[in-house]
Design a protein around this ligand. Structure first.
Ligand SMILES: [Cu+2]
Length: 417
């Protein structure tokens, strides 16, 4: 409503012809906590790629897209000649708001009228759903680790990785000085509506360094970096933050367990890695909450099946709340790569870390005169009339220029005479 007038925005219309196959490239940035259920009435969807990496075709009826993910989907237009709703319905926060959007898939020759069926937020689906939200993969559901990559197997799918990294993350109930003072209004003492939880990985909130590590590594005080091993404090009891960095040797094959502890409340965090692809070799939902210890115990009993043949290659992946996802990374791209929950507010509050692949000497060289940035601190104003060292405001420069002009004039006059 605007000025007591209802504004109707026209639906996006995808014009199609009977008997063809159309490739839809679906992407969600969804910076907030909003997985999106995507479907097209009366049509199934054949997934052929994700995050730009090819997959063996797999036909489903609907898909839940998580922040940062991209899917390539083939739609076979083999239904009656009319129009159909393309539906997106938000989940989690957007489910609370019952947020949804519709578009129209219109067959050539169809009457110029709206598709039939409801025009509402709706997350009830039929048939096979890919990557259901926080739901154990059972009949009717399939998760991304069950799809096959068409790319050849590589070193990331070696039977035994060079090392394993466990990353447990959650909204932690801890006195983070940004929102709580443990002496005056501790998070443990205020009423629930006033509690601000702290997003952390391995009980550390990451902060951004004052300069980019990739191009100005030596400008960053080494004391700002930390990880679980180097942290001296007991981070389960006191708030810990730093530039959270985990070093990986160039060429190593690393297995990464992402464990969504899910103790505080029921949500979901999709993770995105910059500069690399990883294989998704396992994922599961265990309970309403879990721990790294529980996941390790399951693994020790041989109850985590690793898909080491044709595992899909991605850069963004979902993890069930109270569950885990296992990735394999062949670290062959040197650099400082941010690995983070793709929900913007969670990242800003610390749910991320940097994977440092290779030593500083193994990093790509920095181009000459590459722009630099760093911290700035207010120290008063420049003196009047000396705001810039460029001419004509700088006094020394103006004097020098006047000498040059006088010399040129004198030399020109001498030549003329
Ligand atoms: Cu998150």
């Amino acid at each position: 409503m605007r000025d007591n007038t209802t504004v109707y925005t026209p639906y996006e219309v995808f014009n199609v012809q009977l008997g063809r196959r159309y490739r839809f490239r679906v992407i969600t940035n969804s910076l907030n906590t909003c997985p999106i259920l995507f479907s097209i009435d009366n049509h199934n969807l054949t997934v052929i790629a994700s995050d730009g990496s090819p997959l063996e075709p797999y036909t489903i009826d609907s898909i839940v897209l998580y922040s940062g993910e991209r899917y390539d989907i083939i739609v076979h237009t083999n239904q009656d000649v009319r129009s159909y709703w393309m539906r997106t319905s938000g989940m989690l926060l957007c489910g609370t708001l019952k947020a949804f959007q519709l578009a129209v898939v219109k067959y050539k020759g169809a009457p110029d009228e709206e598709p039939g069926g409801n025009k509402e937020w709706n997350v009830d689906t039929h048939g096979i759903q890919l990557d259901p939200l926080n739901t154990k993969t059972t009949e009717g559901f399939v998760d991304i680790s069950q799809l096959n990559s068409t790319l050849p197997n590589d070193e990331s799918l070696n039977e035994v990785p060079d090392r394993t990294i466990y990353l447990g993350y959650d909204f932690n109930i801890i006195d983070n000085f940004r929102s709580h003072d443990k002496e005056l209004y501790s998070v443990h003492e205020v009423d629930a509506p006033f509690r601000r939880f702290t997003q952390q990985i391995n009980h550390i909130s990451t902060v951004f360094p004052p300069s980019p590590a990739q191009t100005q590594y030596s400008d960053i005080p080494t004391g700002l970096f930390c990880n679980e091993e180097s942290m001296k404090a007991n981070c389960t009891r006191e708030f810990c933050q730093c530039v959270h960095v985990i070093e990986i040797g160039l060429g190593e094959v690393v297995e990464i367990f992402l464990v969504d502890e899910g103790a505080t409340f029921n949500t979901n965090h999709p993770f995105h890695l910059h500069g690399n692809y990883f294989r998704v070799i396992a994922l599961d939902k265990l309970n309403t909450s879990t721990t790294i210890e529980e996941v390790k115990a399951l693994d020790a009993k041989g109850m985590i099946h690793r898909k080491l043949d044709k595992a899909p290659l991605k850069d963004s992946v979902m993890i069930h709340d109270g569950g885990f996802t296992v990735l394999r990374l062949h670290a062959k791209n040197p650099g400082f790569w941010f690995f983070h929950c793709h929900f913007q507010t969670h990242t800003e509050m610390g749910m991320g870390l940097t994977l440092q692949v290779g030593t500083p000497s193994q990093q790509p060289k920095v181009p000459k005169k590459f722009p630099k940035c760093g911290p700035w601190k207010y120290e008063g104003y420049e003196e009047e009339g000396q705001g810039s060292k460029d001419c004509p405001t700088n006094k020394e420069c103006r004097v020098m220029m006047s000498y040059v002009v006088q010399f040129l004039m004198f030399y020109t006059i001498m030549l003329l005479y």
